[in-house]
Design a protein around this ligand. Structure first.
Ligand code: ME8
Length: 511
């Protein structure tokens, strides 16, 4: 067992600005990492940029720049966007870094030395946008790439091949022995389908251009960009440079990817690890596409939404919440501005915002602004509901289902609002009854702040401070199973509760 929960995103191509699709993956990976920090796991979040290959060389050329000058500029867009979206990555890898060159060369050499790379000739239809070859049958229409609907190119090359076909049985055994290695299940079945169809060897070097990492035993060749890119996950874990770190981080790696690159991560990459003599990754979670008007967002379709501008308009945490709450991870989800505003008003303004504001208002008017302690768990139904919700949230994150974690958390918010409406503490004279109801509600707010923190960290911190608690709700280990604070009764009472501005003023949908 590795010591770390090591979460990754794909490394994004620098031919394109960050858009809502890449933002979605990155926000989900960030939420996974944040949850694991909260439950006390030593956590490491990695993202980065994929900068080699023909596609990037051409993108640079079109702009009259050298590939590295272009990559420097474009990779900074991702660094800036992820910082604006509150992404807590511990490292940012660029495949043009020297540490990565060394690691790729060692990884390739290990596979070569183990006898799984051989020289051969390759001719085939190549899509530059995908950086991949397609067979004649896979093409659509007039020899168009099935993903991009763009013409493919016939490329003939002498290059090195990875003997992927030799890994069919080992991959099937690995899937058999690890039922949750790919989540959700629909994606696992898809990956198994690829393997059962039969695997062909893949060409893993190029000689037609040189924007890449040199093959260590044959300087004429550069490493195929997908082979180069996948190895990034090992580079950052210290592969070939820091054996001690590698032993702590590997194979505890959890990849989050879009369904378009499932095959690379769930078939090629585990086989590459086996071939290099290291263990395959612990888990691959694949999500669906974020669609706009029913179509995948992409540069070629020019229907991209700029995530930082959107976050500035609606609030970064509202955007994060919507992405995590309204896409069922694994399925496609359609993005609309109206959907975002509808969710904002229902869950954030009306439910959570309302709960905080009514509790702080009544604590101010009936309890002199000092929050009372909750009832004993045995004396309040809210404790039972909280217990169920906490268990459900734990299971949901475990199953890579953020939408279920947040749905359960908001059930607790709604039930608490409903309980307040029945008890109506604002109508009663101050006294033990009013204190009990408000104490329970404050305790729920404390628990909700911890449970909502992976999606909305700063909102959660604001709730903590308004109800008079010190520290952050997402302090590492606060939600640990043993000795953590995700159990009824943690709100101490006697804290100063602040009546502040509404957390989420209602918004009008606009066209
Ligand atoms: O494939 N909806 O990079 P990439 C949801 N460099 N997610 C989307 C999306 C959409 N409409 N569009 C993109 C590459 N994504 C390689 C990866 S990893 C070793 C190398 C997300 O810039 C989704 O996660 O094309 C998808 O898998 C990824 O961006 C592709 O990013």
């Amino acid at each position: 067992m590795a010591d770390f929960f090591y979460q990754t995103t794909p490394i994004y191509y620098v031919n394109d600005r960050p858009h809502l699709g890449t933002a979605y993956t990155t926000v989900v990976a960030d939420a996974f990492a944040r949850w694991h920090r909260i439950i006390g796991d030593e956590t490491f979040l990695l993202t980065g940029t994929d900068e080699h290959g023909l596609k990037i060389a051409r993108a640079a050329e079109e702009r009259g720049k050298s590939p590295i000058a272009w990559a420097d500029e474009a990779s900074a867009w991702f660094v800036d966007a992820w910082s604006a979206l509150e992404i807590t990555n511990d490292d940012f890898i660029r495949t043009t870094q020297e540490r990565h060159r060394r690691s790729v060369q060692q990884f390739m050499q290990a596979i070569y030395d183990n006898g799984y790379i051989y020289k051969g000739e390759w001719a085939g239809w190549y899509c530059v946008s995908c950086e991949t070859y397609y067979s004649e049958e896979e093409l659509e229409g007039d020899r168009l790439c099935p993903t991009h609907q763009r013409p493919v190119e016939w490329i003939v090359e002498e290059n090195y091949f990875f003997a992927l076909s030799q890994f069919t049985d080992r991959l099937l055994e690995w899937y058999e022995a690890n039922p949750e290695v790919v989540l959700p299940e629909s994606r696992r079945n898809e990956a198994l389908g690829f393997i059962r169809q039969g695997l062909r060897d893949i060409s893993v070097t190029r000689t037609s251009f040189d924007w890449g990492i040199r093959v260590p035993w044959d300087e004429e060749h550069v490493v195929y960009v997908w082979y180069d890119a996948l190895i990034n996950y090992a580079t950052v874990a210290g592969y070939g440079s820091d054996a001690e770190l590698f032993a702590r981080m590997w194979p505890g790696v959890h990849h989050l990817v879009g369904k378009d690159i499932l095959r690379f991560h769930a078939v090629w990459w585990p086989a590459m690890c086996m071939a290099a003599g290291i263990l395959p990754p612990q888990q691959i979670v694949a999500h669906g596409w974020l669609l706009v008007g029913g179509e995948k967002m992409s540069k070629t379709r020019a229907n991209q939404i700029e995530p930082v501008a959107l976050a500035e308009e609606v609030g970064v945490e509202a955007l994060r919440y919507h992405l995590l709450r309204d896409v069922t991870l694994g399925n496609d989800g359609d993005f609309t501005f109206e959907g975002l505003i509808g969710r904002y008003n229902a869950d954030l303004a009306n439910n959570l915002g309302n709960l905080l504001s009514r509790v702080s208002t009544v604590v101010s008017s009936k309890c002199g602004g000092i929050g009372p302690a909750p009832r004993d768990a045995s004396a309040t139904a809210m404790a039972t509901i909280s217990g169920e919700v906490i268990a459900e949230v734990r299971r949901a994150w475990q199953r890579a289902a953020p939408q279920e974690a947040l749905e359960a958390t908001w059930r607790l918010v709604r039930e608490t609002n409903a309980a307040l409406e029945i008890a109506e503490p604002w109508r009663h004279d101050p006294g033990p009854e009013v204190d009990a109801v408000l104490g329970d509600a404050l305790e729920v707010l404390r628990i909700v702040a911890i449970l909502a923190a992976p999606a909305m960290p700063e909102t959660a911190a604001e709730i903590f401070s308004r109800i008079g608690l010190e520290g952050r709700p997402d302090a590492p280990g606060r939600g640990a199973l043993a000795g953590g604070e995700l159990a009824w009764g943690g709100y101490p009472g006697g804290c100063s509760v602040i009546r502040g501005e509404p957390l989420f003023p209602r918004r009008k949908a606009q066209g």
